[in-house]
Design a protein around this ligand. Structure first.
Ligand SMILES: Nc1ncnc2c1ncn2[C@@H]1O[C@H](COP(=O)(O)OP(=O)(O)OP(=O)(O)O)[C@@H](O)[C@H]1O
Ligand SMILES: [Mg+2]
Length: 381
């Protein structure tokens, strides 16, 4: 094991001795914690079974100590992240940041404050809708992002009061003033999309529960726009080029189960039409520059079918007390993660996204008033 020390020449002999002792103690604590959290392996040898542990190859001491660890064959950084909450207390921290280091090692930083414990303040707006948007702060204290230029669709689920709407305020407020986005869709609560109603082309934002036809009309306009864009797409392209003239369209459906209920109350046909149009937007919208953001208390099969769910690149679950509900959106969720998530604080969500292991984040807290002011600001200017 290598001990990494900044400015080692300035250390006294006594300090160097203490550092080595502390580093050895940390490596030993890591070993014991691994045994208790399932990261060790039992290997058969001629003299009997031997337990092997992911080996600490270097330690850097400090307020946030770091360990460089060699993964065992077949282990991934995600395997360490999955048990980070078990390892952290044994290492004297409240959370761990786990980053890949090459293909075979991880760097584990021991954090002394839980990045998800504190309220995350609102984030500033982006200049372009194709710049990464911030979904929240991840467990390592870094931003978790959503890049609309490459993402497909987003599904957000969570129990009542878990932070879905606030998470959406935080996300949409970042788009205020971006010249290359249209925020549109259906919002039976009349809150989330209300600030955008004066901004989107007429009829693309449907609010309230009074008239189901305005919701069907908004979805139909979005489907028309999608069809026009696909029809006009040059033969050599597989997706439209997005810019100010062809803005990315964020088709938001707030309270999806409520929308379906409102449509179903008016007979079989409106409900079926609504579902068909949503299915088309999810299935074909991406290449036409349309990204759907669906918000629901539960993404169960009656609300969003398997095919539609499969079209989402990003899925976010705020607090939800059903393990089966969680696994609808996060196939790799463990029983441990599901149990912990049943009592998650408002604004804390599990995120599945391409290339990122299942992780937790805390969304910024943007008040409704702050959201309305953010969207109105650039419009008023
Ligand atoms: N990111 C956050 N940080 C801190 N507090 C939050 C956060 N998100 C939500 N809250 C708190 O939780 C409350 C409920 O949040 P929100 O209205 O977003 O829930 P919801 O999931 O949309 O609920 P419903 O399904 O009833 O609409 C907020 O008023 C706020 O007090
Ligand atoms: Mg809500």
């Amino acid at each position: 094991m290598v001990l990494l020390i900044d400015a080692p020449e300035r250390r006294t002999r006594r300090e160097r001795y203490d550092d080595h002792r502390d580093a050895e103690a940390l490596a030993w604590a890591w070993r014991l914690a691994c045994e208790g959290s399932g990261l060790c392996r039992s290997v058969d040898t001629p003299t009997g079974a031997t337990i092997t542990t992911p080996k600490v190859t270097a330690v850097r001491l400090g307020r946030r100590p770091e360990l460089v660890v060699a993964l065992q064959p077949g282990q991934l950084p995600a395997d360490v992240r999955a048990v980070a909450h078990r390892l952290a207390p044994a290492l004297g921290g409240v959370a761990l940041r786990v980053e890949p280091r090459g293909l075979t090692h991880v760097r584990v930083t021991v954090l002394d404050v839980d990045p998800l414990a504190d309220v995350v303040p609102p984030v500033p707006p982006v200049r372009s809708a194709l710049d990464p948007l911030i979904l929240g702060r991840d467990e390592g204290g870094d931003p978790a992002t959503l890049d609309l230029s490459t993402a497909a669709h987003v599904i957000v689920q969570g129990a009542s009061g878990s932070g879905k709407s606030v998470g959406c305020y935080s996300l949409l407020a970042q788009l205020a003033g971006a010249p290359d986005v249209v925020v549109a869709g259906s919002d039976i609560t009349g809150l989330l999309l209300a600030p955008w109603a004066g901004h989107a082309p007429s009829g693309l934002v449907a609010l309230g529960t009074r008239d189901p036809d305005v919701h069907l009309a908004a979805l139909a306009r979005l489907v028309d726009l999608m069809d026009q864009r696909i029809a006009a797409m040059p033969a050599h392209r597989d997706a439209v080029a997005l810019d100010v003239d062809t803005p990315v369209v964020l088709a938001v459906v707030e309270e999806l189960p409520g929308l379906l209920r409102v449509l179903d109350q008016h007979g079989k046909e409106p409900g079926q039409r609504g579902r068909t149009m949503l299915g088309r937007l999810l299935g074909e919208g991406r290449k036409a520059g349309i990204r759907c953001l669906l918000v629901t208390q539960r993404a169960d099969a009656k609300i969003i079918g398997g095919y539609e769910r499969g079209q989402a690149s990003h899925t976010l679950s705020f607090r939800i007390d059903s393990a089966s509900g969680l696994s609808m959106l996060h196939s790799g969720v463990t029983a441990d993660q599901a149990a912990a998530h049943a009592t998650a604080a408002p604004g804390v969500a599990l995120l599945s996204a391409p290339g990122v292991p299942l992780s937790r984040l805390r969304a910024p807290r943007t008040t409704f008033a702050g959201y309305v002011a953010a969207v109105a600001g650039p419009l008023a200017a």
